[in-house]
Design a protein around this ligand. Structure first.
Ligand code: NAP
Length: 349
């Protein structure tokens, strides 16, 4: 039976946001990336079912960009949701779906099957974006503590990364993936990739929130036509214990963020998301609560924060990285900073 316009999702949801009104980034390919996406990492706190239910709700209120990853362990649940909404008339090309290659699948023979598994789980013929989740092939079991190390862990080896990247390029040639990109990279690593890639990365996913603005990296990405997708845009207030350290600061308690939130009569989290969109990155906030993910989406279409407020937020950067990645370290007694090439050069093995 044909689906009528009235039966299409969101037209019936008076609270939702019209997806056509959500600003988009236009890529060289002509594809359009919605300026906000829905995160799907349940931080060990939410079941795959509840994250998928949130994705269903998010699509119903107008989200069209969903940030997935095989390691989040919920792609099959999200796939059932995607099939459901498409059955109700949502066209595949109206959605932007990202997935990511996990660290134990960097081997040349593993990349294509891993992407095919994500496609199968998500019930899709192609992905809009496929990322290498981390530039290290180091495996760690789910939920391990930050002191855990993979005995076979390696430093960044560009030659090996390029072998993995070539497989991503093949995925594009096979039409299984429209665009490819990176995540948790640094400027020196990306410079090498830009030098050697046949198909350049179009997006880089990185931690970005008011207390961790990465201004130099952010500019590098824009200068190189790479769209910054900002993860943990609210400062991941409920992240797992293993990702917490003494000295971490809390964005949503910052007096500047709280002041702007009071003026706008919104939660401080919404100010973080709004700032991110206005600055030019693509935030991918996570929530399973409808009022929260709806408020985050609305921030993309509501009256902008003033230029004065944008300047005030630029002034509260604390260079406070929250997702430090300790489990990817390859030697004992190393500092997590080594993962992030603090001297502007790739940290030697
Ligand atoms: N590429 C990578 O390596 C990488 C790393 C980390 C994350 N990510 C992606 O980025 C996404 C988001 O990051 P994240 O989950 O770490 O952190 P986040 O989005 O900064 O924070 C999520 C938390 O903020 C709260 N929240 C969200 N919207 C809110 C609102 N409007 N009002 C009040 N509270 C709100 C939620 O609380 P409640 O739970 O109480 O609702 C949720 O626990 C992930 O889901 C994942 O898709 C990628």
């Amino acid at each position: 039976m044909a689906v009528t316009q009235k039966e299409r999702i969101f037209t019936g949801d008076p609270d939702g946001v019209d997806p056509d009104k959500v600003p988009k980034k236009v890529l060289k390919s002509g594809a359009k990336l919605p300026c906000i996406g829905m995160g799907t990492f349940g931080s060990d706190r939410f079941s795959a079912e509840s994250v998928a239910e949130a994705v269903k709700g998010a699509i119903a209120v107008g989200y069209r960009h969903i940030d997935c990853a095989s390691v989040y362990g919920n792609e099959a649940n999200i796939g059932a949701v995607l099939r459901g909404v498409r059955g109700k008339g949502l066209k595949r090309e109206e959605l932007w779906i990202t997935s990511k290659l996990w660290n134990d699948k960097h081997g040349e023979k593993d990349v294509i099957p891993s992407c095919e598994q994500s496609l199968k789980d998500l019930q899709l013929d192609y992905l809009d974006l496929y990322l290498i989740h981390w530039p290290f092939p180091n495996f760690h079991a789910k939920g391990v503590d930050v002191t855990s190390r993979d005995p076979d862990a390696k430093s960044y080896i560009h030659e090996n990364y390029m072998k993995t990247w070539r497989q991503l390029e093949k995925l594009v040639e096979m039409s299984l993936v429209k665009h490819i990109g990176t995540s948790n990279m640094t400027i020196p690593k990306l410079k090498l990739l830009l030098r050697d890639a046949e198909i350049k990365p179009v997006c880089n996913e990185l931690e970005l929130h008011p207390h961790f603005q990465q201004p130099e990296f952010f500019k590098f990405l824009l200068d190189n036509d790479i769209i910054p997708i900002g993860f943990s845009p609210i400062g991941s207030p409920l992240r797992p214990e293993r990702d917490r350290s003494d000295g971490d600061t809390i964005d949503i308690e910052d007096p500047v963020i709280v002041k702007i939130a009071r003026r706008l009569n919104v939660h401080p989290a919404v100010v973080c998301v709004k700032w991110a969109i206005q600055r030019g990155q693509v935030p991918i906030p996570f929530s399973v609560n409808r009022n929260e993910y709806l408020a985050n989406l609305r921030s993309a279409v509501s009256t902008p924060i003033t230029q004065e407020e944008m300047k005030e937020i630029a002034g509260i950067d604390k260079n406070c990285r929250l997702i430090k990645g300790q489990v990817f370290l390859w030697k004992l007694n190393q500092s997590w900073e080594d993962l992030w090439d603090p001297n502007g050069e790739i940290t030697p093995p």
